[in-house]
Write a protein that binds this ligand. Structure first.
Ligand code: NAI
Length: 431
């Protein structure tokens, strides 16, 4: 009998399993494919590794702007893919080591709930006081004619050549990151988005700025364009969202409540069935690796008597486009819709000397939204390279319910791009 069985070894499941293991609990982690999940094998890490190479390729072509003259520059796709595989391999070993050190038993196979405290894997029954479902998500397959011929965020990583033209269906996180990658390596890129804006859910001003920058760079956008049949291009990418992995888990027989988005959970990770918990993309709450990790740890803490909860308002998100977009908290649109009175400050990224030093000819901005009465920080939205590394400071402010007055006392290192955040906060204080 285990204290905990975790189903799925992505960043939600493996971190939760390791956390429980370190608490001294007897833990089993069941995985049918590879340790690390989508994030490590077909998501965050491989995508960012490819984007690192494409950025370097672009920067080499632009090196003369920095006074550096290079000869001809070549993008060697097989070598880029090889490096991506090495990075993924090294991190996969890291996950294996983490689980070993935490004393987690890894069971390969597909798990199915047999009862509220038991799962079946390959005909064997394993019992546990708690079961945490962390089976993640997979690319959604929309009703688009010919969609089976398109690549998705799993299969795109097998591409070993530079396509002449790429049509991307969906202008969300995946669509935009791959649009930047393919554009930088020399493909003609078209993005089709059914909504009137890209990166929906982002603060409107930031999303408009991103659109303007990417269009100016040469990416073609078709907004308000619901794709019904796969467009003609050398390569088509389906980036229309992700769907929770729910099948073959025996959820219906066990009576676990599921909505259209995924398994229903409370803010502590509980499902409607006592002893059965869920975290990450399978819940459809915030489809982000770091949200999955935090949800998993919150669930483990609560199942073993430590009260904990995730504050979704303080979960940051980053789009690794070039330039990056990083956000945390409420958008201006959300504040307006909720009739919440707020103050706003927007500064250009160039107020930070380091931004000018690092990014020749680039633009960007940081926007801070704070409560009108008490000055509590409600949202921070930034566009510009470097934003992904300082957004955690804003997340800490929101997590601790900090007001502008206290945030203004924080010393930001100079010269860093983060000083743009400091200036945006100061902008509210000066009102
Ligand atoms: P998404 O939900 O971000 O964007 C999908 C887009 O496709 C939406 O804007 C939608 O309006 C559009 N769309 C859907 N059907 C369409 C059609 N027939 N024609 C035209 N447009 C259509 O989903 P995405 O980009 O696939 O990403 C999936 C999940 O993975 C997201 O929830 C995201 O949070 C996560 N992710 C996070 C990343 C990060 O943190 N940097 C990177 C990649 C993915």
């Amino acid at each position: 009998m285990y204290d905990l069985i975790v189903i799925g070894a992505g960043p939600g499941g493996y971190e939760a399993a390791a956390h429980a293991g370190r608490m001294g609990k007897k833990v089993a982690l069941i995985e049918k494919e590879r340790l690390g999940g989508t994030c490590l094998h077909a998501g965050c890490i491989p995508a960012k590794t490819l984007l690192r190479s494409s950025r370097l390729f672009r920067e080499c072509r632009e090196a003369a702007c920095y006074g550096v003259r290079l000869g001809s520059v070549e993008f060697d796709m097989p070598a880029v893919v090889e490096r991506k595989n090495r990075v993924v391999g090294a991190l996969a070993k890291g996950v294996e080591g983490l689980l070993k050190r935490a004393g987690v038993e890894v069971i390969p196979g597909s798990a199915r709930l047999a009862a509220r405290n038991a799962v079946e894997v390959g005909g064997e029954r394993h019992e546990a006081a708690n079961i945490l479902i962390a089976t993640g998500s997979r690319p959604a397959v929309p009703p688009i004619s010919g969609i089976d011929t398109a690549l998705d965020s799993n299969t795109v990583f097998a591409l070993d050549r530079i396509p002449a033209s790429v049509a991307i269906i969906g202008g969300g996180y995946i669509g935009l990151e791959f649009a930047c990658f393919f554009h930088e390596i020399g493909s003609q890129v078209r993005v089709y988005e059914m909504l009137p804006q890209i990166a929906s859910g982002c603060d409107g001003e930031i999303s408009s700025r991103l659109l303007q920058i990417l269009k100016r760079a040469g990416i073609e956008f078709h907004l308000g364009a619901k794709v019904e049949s796969v467009p003609a291009a050398d390569c088509v990418l389906n980036a229309t969202g992700r769907a929770p992995v729910l099948e073959s888990l025996g959820l219906e027989d066990a009576g676990v409540a599921v909505s259209r988005k995924g398994i229903r959970t409370s803010d502590t990770g509980k499902t409607n069935i006592p002893g059965v918990w869920a975290c990450g993309d399978v819940t459809g709450r915030r489809m982000l690796a770091h949200a999955a990790t935090r949800e998993g740890i919150v669930a483990v803490n609560n199942m073993f008597g430590r009260r904990d909860r995730i504050r979704y308002a303080a979960v940051p998100s980053v789009i690794y486009t070039h330039p990056e977009v990083a956000s945390v908290g409420r958008t201006e649109e959300e504040l307006k819709a909720g009739a919440i009175e707020y103050s706003k400050s927007v500064v250009p990224m160039s107020v930070a000397g380091r931004f000018l030093v690092e990014h020749e000819g680039a633009t960007g901005m940081v926007k801070v939204l704070a409560g009108a009465k008490y000055g509590e920080i409600l949202g921070v939205h930034a566009i510009g390279d470097g934003a992904s590394e300082f957004i955690v400071a804003a997340a800490a402010m929101i997590e601790t319910e900090m007001c502008v007055e206290q945030a203004s006392e924080i010393v930001f290192p100079h010269p860093t791009v983060s000083e743009a955040l400091k200036e945006a906060i100061a902008g509210i204080g000066r009102r």
